[in-house]
Design a protein around this ligand. Structure first.
Ligand SMILES: [Zn+2]
Length: 44
């Protein structure tokens, strides 16, 4: 799930699964769809 958080007056979008931050909601949602918490270090 994507959550919003405010930091330094900016709104950030955070993947609740892995806590990665995005500055664009679409990017966060696209990431979240493919986020696999069972394999946290899958990207190489
Ligand atoms: Zn994620």
């Amino acid at each position: 799930m994507v959550t919003t958080t405010e930091k330094d007056g900016e709104t950030w979008f955070q993947c609740e699964e892995c806590e990665m931050l995005f500055d664009v909601r679409a990017d966060a949602e696209a990431h979240e769809e493919n986020c696999d918490t069972d394999s946290p270090s899958y990207l190489q």
